[in-house]
Design a protein around this ligand. Sequence first.
Ligand code: NAP
Length: 280
Amino acid sequence: MSIIMDGEALSLKMQDEMKQQLKSCMIRPSVAVIQVGDDPASNSYIKRKEKACNAVGVYFRHYKFDADTPELSIINKIKELNNDDYVNGILVQLPLPERYNEKRIANSISNSKDVDGLTDINTGRMINGRKTLVPCTPLGVMRILEEYEIELVGKHVVIVGRGKLVGKPLATLMLAADATVTVCHSKTTNLAEITKQADVLVCAVGSPKMITADMVREGAVVIDVGVNRVDGKLCGDVDFDKVSKKASYITPVPKGVGPMTVAMLLENIVTCYNNKPVAK
Ligand code: NAP
């Protein structure tokens, strides 16, 4: 039976530390969240972020636009927030409705306020190993591995999924941690042959229970990033009940990577507030 990596407990511990740290601040850090449309999953993610911000003392501003708002109006709001000294971090809740150009909108966020780490400049800085704002979910994965003292140097890390929010940036962070990295995607052939070689297997696809026990090496560390709803219940990309009998460590869904994403978002907001990084 594996050790269950408790992302929720770690996230709450980190939030507690941040709360103490922010108590002495004269002006509270603040984040602006831009939402376009009324996607129920986005509503629920935003609520969770708002709750965590309130809990640690980060001021939360929520700008919700109708799904037919012109793209330019959204970009103009972002530009206004870029110039607002009382806003430390800005994020656009993804996905946006299809008609919008996500890249153009993300790139209109000032690099120094880009708490999701998604502008081209911040992505390039991360790839080049420069200090910068990094996407929250991959950061959360690295943080939970660190907490459980999982060795990465020289280990074979297999990441299933090459999305811009998780798979791609995580591959960069894993390489920086001296792991040997394989990234799989929808065109990968013989997926199971590759996943079976993983010392650390990360799945970020969005396909319920696609990682079955026969795809996992005995004793592997398994990180499940996927969030799926099946019959009204949340589950990950990993068949948790069966895989947990084989893995040495495993993250559950819920209460695994999800809460870590929120904790790392708060950390990125505090980083912006402290004005530490980044290219202008
Ligand atoms: P995404 O950008 O759509 O990426 C999904 C990736 O999965 C793509 O690279 C796709 O390959 C790959 N894929 C699809 N079917 C596959 C298959 N049969 N075999 C192997 N690879 C396959 O999604 P994302 O934003 O990275 O999110 C992935 C999952 O993580 C979703 O469930 C999302 O809800 C979840 N998520 C969770 C958190 C959290 O905090 N827990 C945060 C972000 C995302 P191609 O590139 O070839 O299309």
